[in-house]
Design a protein around this ligand. Structure first.
Ligand code: PMP
Length: 426
């Protein structure tokens, strides 16, 4: 059933490293060949072999309204007709910035970039520039893009100077990255005792890159308190949770608020875009208003802005969407858990708004190490069998899943029916 994909993958491997432009797409953690996608429509993906899947990935988050939403498609086509890029200001950028600024009390200005990686990298430069400090605190299992200083390997769980997790990243570039354990308050406090040079804490307040693992309220409150006491800034990386966990992302459902927010793919509704935002005071330090340099030829690209603007307006017009998406996410993961239990399989599940996650393990993980104890073999088999039955889940237990408005209750019921067959043999 995957003949054309297998051939396409072999051909791609000849000219693209590993056959893919982003490693997760190669299905390395579950094995097998990734289906090559021909098109998407609403809830569904269609591969080059003509297989149809219910898409629980939705381009890793951006497509809240599913594939080829008519309003977004129209805006993209109309904007495209006027030109793809000018490298000059457009009204669309201010319009989208206004839509974002008016949503958050703690945000006065936004700058657009072209990816989540860029957004986070720039936010960290801003934090360092504003505080005049060098160290950054990052948590094991949180992913913040592939810039050098953030590619830091999990250590012992104790705060430690980070060591690079990729060849090509000199240790000198990660020595200012302090690694702490997610949801571990004592560990974080110790980190602040050990360094007086901390510019910022960067955190996924709802982590989606070790499966879906939310930070506890108490842990986030400690992040806030330690930043305030020590002259550091708190950055919420909402590249994944922004406009997904709720209309206002994680910030909309958590008590703790950050100084700087980073956004990504979701605001572009599928177009390449990212953004970082903070108070007017903080953001005014950016060039050309201030001295901290940051730039991008394609930043604020009109087509991406147009897509984001329509998507955000649609979300704002119907805030109930998040409850509806969460109901569907709950129906899916609770259904999976029930089936797993009937088959004597332990499954832990989480949802936040339209995001969901499930882990084959005995207890709900609260940090990266605990996620590492899950049954990855079982996940791989589940993933394979579900793909064969037409259900496209994220290809790693370290990834979250995403619901879209186009996935129907019938799609979910069909998925559960398939899962009940698959789980019998897991
Ligand atoms: N931060 C988070 C929380 C992410 O999930 C991602 C990507 N999944 C990034 C940053 C990097 O974004 P991009 O892949 O657009 O560079």
């Amino acid at each position: 059933m995957f003949e054309k994909s297998i051939k396409a993958y072999e051909e791609a491997c000849e000219v693209i490293p590993g056959g893919v432009d982003s490693p997760v797409r190669a299905f390395k953690s579950v094995g097998g060949t990734p289906p090559f996608i021909e098109k998407g429509k609403g809830a569904y993906l269609y591969d080059v072999d003509g297989n149809k899947y219910v898409d629980f990935v939705q381009s890793w988050g951006p497509l809240i309204f599913g594939h080829c939403d008519k309003d977004i498609e129209d805006a993209v086509i109309e904007t495209t007709k006027k030109g793809l890029s000018f490298g000059a200001p457009t009204l669309l950028e201010t319009q989208l910035a206004n839509e974002i600024v008016e949503m958050f009390d703690n945000i006065g200005k936004v700058r657009f970039v072209s990816s989540g990686t860029e957004a986070v990298m720039s936010a960290i430069r801003l934090a360092r520039g504003v505080t005049g400090k060098n160290d950054i605190v990052k948590f094991e299992g949180c992913y913040h893009g592939h810039s050098d200083s953030l590619l830091v390997q999990a250590g012992s769980g104790m705060a430690t100077f980070g060591s690079p997790s990729s060849p090509g990243v000199p240790a000198d570039l990660t020595k200012h990255t302090l690694l702490c354990e997610y949801n571990n308050i004592e560990n974080l406090k110790k980190c602040f005792e050990d360094s007086s040079d901390i510019a910022c804490i960067i955190i996924e307040p709802i982590a989606g890159n070790m499966g879906l693992v939310p930070a506890s309220d108490e842990f986030l409150a400690t992040c806030r308190e330690l930043c305030d006491k020590n002259g550091a800034l708190l950055i919420f990386d909402e590249v994944m949770s922004g406009f997904r966990a709720s209309l206002k992302g994680a910030s909309g459902i958590l008590k703790t608020q950050a100084d700087i927010l980073t956004f990504g793919k979701v605001i572009g509704a599928g177009m390449p875009v990212g953004a970082f935002a903070a108070s007017k005071e903080i953001m005014s330090n950016l060039s050309p208003e201030g001295k901290i340099y940051q730039a991008g030829t394609l930043s604020g690209n009109p087509v991406a802005m147009a897509a984001g603007l329509v998507s955000l307006k649609k979300l704002k017009a119907n805030p109930k969407i998040y409850d509806e998406l969460n109901q569907k996410a709950l129906k899916l993961v609770n259904g999976l858990k029930k089936i797993a239990n009937e088959n004597n399989i332990s499954l832990q599940v989480n949802t936040r708004g339209s995001m969901f996650g499930f882990f084959f393990c005995e207890e709900s993980p609260t940090n990266f190490k605990e996620v590492g104890k899950c049954d990855f073999k079982r996940f791989a088999t589940f993933h394979h069998e579900m793909i064969k039955k037409g259900f496209y889940f994220a290809c790693s237990q370290y990834e979250a899943g995403f619901m879209c408005t186009e996935i129907t209750n019938e799609d979910i019921e069909a998925c559960l029916e398939a899962a009940s067959i698959v789980m019998k043999n897991l």
